[in-house]
Ligand binder design. Structure first.
Ligand SMILES: Cc1cc2nc3c(=O)[nH]c(=O)nc-3n(C[C@H](O)[C@H](O)[C@H](O)COP(=O)(O)O)c2cc1C
Length: 161
């Protein structure tokens, strides 16, 4: 294992796109010999965050009934937790899937990015349209590498638009 790093990948998914992306990212960490555990956000115990060197969040973007471009309700609890917890030294990363049909493409990723940039040591963000395709795998590799470098204390923040 790479310096015994522990990474948690915590995601939400309704139709499976974000789950598929989360699994692809997990594979990239594993290929780099980094222990990456996958959790749905409902199953992730918030009190265990401090046990990890890196926290990866995966979210889709949804509607709240009035407007689109929202964080899904199921991701709100971890968002609020990270807004208030002491996480300056936690390396974080956020990815998401969305649909360019909507004006606010992957807006939930942007919302997490802004909060994590202030509250934690944000390494990287990534947006993918709907189901991940084979050419997204290079992005997943770079995504994993950026977090690993951040955990090692070697990299600046990389943001994807
Ligand atoms: C009601 C509804 C609202 C949505 N709003 C947005 C949006 O504002 N921006 C966006 O990029 N995608 C939006 N999407 C698309 C989803 O984020 C996209 O299909 C995503 O890949 C679903 O993830 P999942 O398969 O992991 O559940 C919306 C989809 C639905 C059904």
């Amino acid at each position: 294992m790479e310096q015994n790093m522990r990474v948690a990948i915590v995601y939400a998914s309704v139709t499976g796109n974000t789950k598929e992306l989360a699994e692809a990212i997990q594979e990239k960490f594993q290929q780099r010999l980094v222990g990456a555990e996958l959790f749905t956000v409902k199953d992730f115990p918030l009190k265990h965050i401090s046990a990890y060197d890196g926290l990866v969040l995966g979210t889709f973007t949804w509607s709240n009934g009035w407007s689109d471009g929202c964080i899904p309700r199921v991701m709100r609890r971890i968002f609020s937790h990270l807004e208030y917890v002491e996480a300056d030294h936690l390396a974080t990363a956020v990815f998401g899937t969305g649909d360019r049909f909507f004006p606010d493409f992957c807006a939930a990723v942007d919302e997490f990015r802004d909060m994590l940039y202030v509250q934690s040591d944000l390494a990287v963000t990534m947006k993918v349209e709907l189901r991940p395709q084979s050419d997204d795998m290079v992005k997943c590799e770079r995504f994993a590498d950026c977090l690993i470098e951040k955990i090692k204390g070697q990299s600046p923040t990389v943001v994807t638009r």
